[in-house]
Design a binder for this molecule. Structure first.
Ligand SMILES: Nc1ncnc2c1ncn2[C@@H]1O[C@H](COP(=O)(O)OP(=O)(O)O)[C@@H](O)[C@H]1O
Ligand code: SF4
Ligand SMILES: [Mg+2]
Length: 371
């Protein structure tokens, strides 16, 4: 590396590095599981692996040794990200670079669906995944507010639309396309299908580990339209604990089942409230709703999130709480939710391939199923 290093020359130097925990002959670079970038003149190498701490240490040593021989002066950080696998991608898939499509749905509006979608997106991104968020809630797009972005996406080549970007995640919202985002939109079927088609096919999402989709509430056309166009990883169902809210959630879960959309899991929002006086948890809206839905959907209850005023405050200020105050308890609750979603997606993808996943020391390992 006689000249100044570039991301490409770093990748070339690391082309022989392998993951000792992965079956198959591909190197990490060949498998697209090693990424390199230059940040402020130093190299950052991110490696995706399902291996444990020993595996990570072995990979890190190999990366450091390989780079030391070609660019000994270059600063280097090595980061690891959990391997989550991929949904099924056919040759006609409109999103060939998107490994996982996770729909966030709810029975009705106002339960925190968009808040969960925004913090799930940021939680996954902060864990090192490449993430995009598609706001498909035609009745109440909230990504422009929650991420503090406005403006119109443009096209560089006259064919594809560039998503907007904030905090390192790609964003597309029906709100970016409206003359007045506060005005109600009456979508007729063909318009809706056309807009969604564009969001999937014509937006330059690039390579993503997760595309999170904020669906409109209820059982609607958007989920139907999506499930016809693309194979999704699954849906995260958001509910509040109270009994009265559940009937609509059962309907949403049944619709997902009819459309062959697997349920990733259930997130119960506004489960309890804690003030700064003591640690007692007050179940303001009752309890048990999330568990009931999880049992009905035969899927895990992934998180119970507290009611916390800072969620709304940061949401209104355009920074999801996970990003704004990452050390706070509430941000950690949302971060744990994102980690639970990633773990479950990894298991679902492995199961789909007919491989069994066992977790020892928290790291997934793949074994062939013996029939
Ligand atoms: N856990 C929470 N604690 C406090 N406020 C919340 C919480 N979850 C959501 N909110 C607030 O409730 C309102 C509705 O949430 P939103 O995500 O927009 O719901 P939906 O997308 O389901 O209509 C927003 O003002 C949001 O900031
Ligand atoms: S009991 Fe409830 S309201 Fe009273 S200090 Fe504890 S958390 Fe706050
Ligand atoms: Mg919303």
């Amino acid at each position: 590396m006689a000249q100044a290093p570039t991301a490409e020359s770093i990748l070339a130097a690391l082309k022989d590095v392998r993951d000792p925990s992965a079956a198959g002959g591909k190197t990490l670079v060949e498998a697209g599981r090693l990424r390199a970038s230059l940040v402020d003149g130093a190299a950052k190498v991110t490696v995706e692996t399902g291996g444990n701490d020993d595996t990570r240490a072995t990979i890190e040593r190999a990366v450091r040794e390989a780079l030391a021989t070609v660019a000994p002066e270059l600063g280097l950080t090595v980061a690891f990200v959990q391997s989550v696998g991929s949904r099924e991608i056919t040759s006609e898939d409109p999103l060939p670079g998107v490994r996982n499509l996770v729909l966030v749905m709810a029975g009705k509006g106002g339960v925190g669906k968009s808040t969960v979608a925004a913090n799930l997106t940021m939680g996954l991104a902060r864990a090192g995944h490449r993430v995009g968020l598609l706001d498909a809630d035609i009745y109440g797009p909230s990504v422009p507010t929650m991420f503090g972005v406005e403006g119109r996406p443009h096209s560089l080549d006259g064919k594809t639309i560039e998503p907007l970007e904030r905090f390192g995640v790609k964003l597309m919202s029906i709100g970016f396309l409206m003359e007045d985002p506060k005005a109600a939109v009456v979508w007729r079927g063909p318009m809706l299908h056309g807009a969604l088609q564009q969001f999937l096919k014509d937006v330059n999402w690039g390579k993503l580990d997760f595309l999170v989709v904020d669906l409109p509430p209820g059982t609607g056309d958007v989920a139907l339209s999506l499930s016809q166009k693309v194979r999704v990883t699954g849906a995260v169902v958001v509910t509040t604990p109270q009994e009265i809210a559940l009937i609509d959630v059962y309907k949403a879960v049944s619709m997902a089942e009819k459309l062959n959309i697997p349920i990733v899991g259930v997130v119960e929002n506004e489960s309890y409230f804690v003030c700064d006086g003591c640690d007692k948890k007050h179940s303001i809206f009752g309890s048990g709703g999330g568990q009931k839905i999880a049992e009905f959907a035969k899927a895990p209850l992934l998180a119970q999130l507290p009611l916390d005023p800072s969620v709304r405050v940061w949401g209104d200020q355009g920074t999801p709480v996970v990003q704004a105050v990452p050390q706070s308890k509430i941000a950690q609750a949302f971060g744990d939710m994102a980690a639970a979603v990633a773990d479950r997606v990894a298991v679902m993808n492995a199961e789909r391939l007919g491989t069994l996943q066992i977790t020892r020391d928290g790291m997934p390992t793949r074994l062939p199923i013996i029939r």
